[in-house]
Design a protein around this ligand. Structure first.
Ligand code: GSH
Length: 219
């Protein structure tokens, strides 16, 4: 049995779910509370997702994705040649290492108590997106002709990227290949499914968070 501990709204959880759908895996997602002793016993870093597979607990989304590829090599979401596989891995790594500034920028828009150096985050994100733009394909999927792990990572990231755009921020429109890709994915059934699930989970999270903020203000 395979269980993915985490929330569907997390882009790190959503990438594994998207991979699971693409490969037809039997993967149950179970809501998790990262700060609890039970969760920390699975992952001392306290971040979701954690994959549970027959008593084996594995954290870190990209390691989970690679593990699932090793367990279920077909259909391959990594590609056939060394170059293809390198490019497929390069896009997730670029997003995780250099495009994380998206999240503090979004949070700053809704959380007045959140201190962030917005200019520095924006500069870092712009640099990361400039690299991503160079690595992205000009047509079809992100890194190869067919769907790959690069799409499973980029699509959930774009759920939040599109949120930034919806708030009137034009940053992403400076990148034509990324813009083209986002438009193409908006018509892709798998991407739409993942975005729909993320949306439901994110809205529920925001409702809870706003209620907690309100309660804290009244206390
Ligand atoms: N490098 C980790 C990052 C995971 C991560 O940052 N997860 C966030 C959710 S989006 C988390 O668990 N944060 C702690 C929390 O929600 O309490 C991975 O790829 O799995």
């Amino acid at each position: 049995m395979m269980v993915l501990h985490g929330s569907a709204g997390s882009p790190y959880v959503a990438r594994v779910r998207m991979q699971g759908y693409a490969k037809g895996l039997d993967l149950e997602t179970r809501p998790a509370a990262p700060g609890t002793p039970e969760f920390l016993a699975m992952n001392p870093i306290g971040r979701m997702p954690v994959l549970e597979h027959d008593g084996f607990f594995l954290p870190e989304s990209l390691i989970i994705c690679e593990y699932l590829e090793d367990l279920h090599p077909t259909p391959s979401l990594l590609g056939d040649t060394p170059r293809e596989r390198a490019l497929v891995r390069l896009i997730p790594r670029t997003l995780d290492l250099y495009c994380g500034g998206l999240f503090p920028l979004l949070r700053a828009g809704v959380d007045a108590g959140f201190a962030v150096d917005a200019a520095a985050e924006r500069a870092g994100l712009t640099k990361g997106l400039t690299a991503l733009e160079q690595f992205l394909r000009s047509d079809g999927y992100a890194a190869r002709e067919g769907l790959s792990l690069a799409d499973c990572v980029l699509v959930p990231w774009l759920y939040y990227g599109r949120m930034l755009a919806a708030r009137g921020d034009a940053l992403l429109t400076q990148f034509p290949k990324l813009t083209r890709y986002a438009e193409a994915m908006a018509a892709d059934p798998l991407a739409r499914r993942v975005w729909g699930e993320m949306d439901e989970s994110f809205r529920a999270f925001m409702t809870r968070w706003q209620a907690e903020q309100e309660a804290a203000r009244k206390a």
